[in-house]
Design a protein around this ligand. Sequence first.
Ligand code: SAM
Length: 322
Amino acid sequence: MEAALYHRQYGFYSTGGSAGRRGDFITSPEIGPLFGHVVANALDTEWERLGQPGVFTVVDFGAGPGTLARSIAAAAPRCAPSMRYIAVERSSGQRARHPSGVISVEFLSPELIGDGIVGVVIANELLDNLPFTPVVRVNGDLRFLEVSVDDDNALKALASSSSPEDDPFDVELEAAVLQRAAASWLRDMLGAVVAGRVLMIDYARTSSALVEVRTYASHGRAGDPLVDLGTKDITVDVDLEQLERSVVRATRIMSQASWLELHGLSRLVAEGRVLWEQGASTGSLEALKGRSRVREAEALTEAEGLGGFTVAEWTVGSFDFL
Ligand SMILES: C[S@@+](CC[C@H](N)C(=O)[O-])C[C@H]1O[C@@H](n2cnc3c(N)ncnc32)[C@H](O)[C@@H]1O
């Protein structure tokens, strides 16, 4: 009880009992093949911009079961013959589901990076999964929020006496989260890529926004993070301002809906409509796929759902244009 109260006091705790703004429980690639098709378009644009390199590396970081890889392959982008697709996934169960033709690994090793990656690193819903450290402000000082066990064997969170060495916030926050793992991931990726870009797709927030720690289990919200420890995913929106202060500012930041639009979503949906209109009476597979595109596009661009995701891109190498 005390733990929950403590969370609430600092604005950390979120039951998610109401619909909330994150009503989506599946990721964009899992909605259907459309997302991967648009990503394939974006990869072609980057491949062209880089001068059509003979080896064009795509690193899908936190690849899950490899659904994005499958959709990209199905879209048959122009860059496919040059593409070296590396699916990095720490879960062996998920890696076992990766399609053939991709390099499926637990870590992005120095051997895979070689002299540096020419291509794109893409992380869809990875950074909000990385560990973070809650901190609270006590009498002006930032303090770690520590979890301990009380007399009734319940977990409780209390401000500790120790403070983090860095204070990457330029606002007076009561409660915040240090996202050092996300920052070090970004630093590593920007170090690994010699020409191309690093792309993060996730829910993002500003440093001054109230921190909401969300938990998920079985495709639903899962309540207090300190109850039934180890049974739920614990996530927090990515603080892009903090990443900027700790690493570097993104070259371009936009909503997922805008990014998909930039890379040809409307055209693919219009093609889908035509396929459906032409084949609706026969119910052919092509017609059904066409109709599905229309529905997928709605799910991918809905402002309160996946469309409200943020796409942050960091370009590496010299570019005359984005
Ligand atoms: C929310 S899922 C997203 C999966 C996929 N990108 C998608 O959009 O469907 C996050 C994935 O990242 C993986 N993951 C988390 N931390 C990781 C790490 N440090 N290295 C590699 N994979 C990681 C998890 O195992 C999980 O499969």
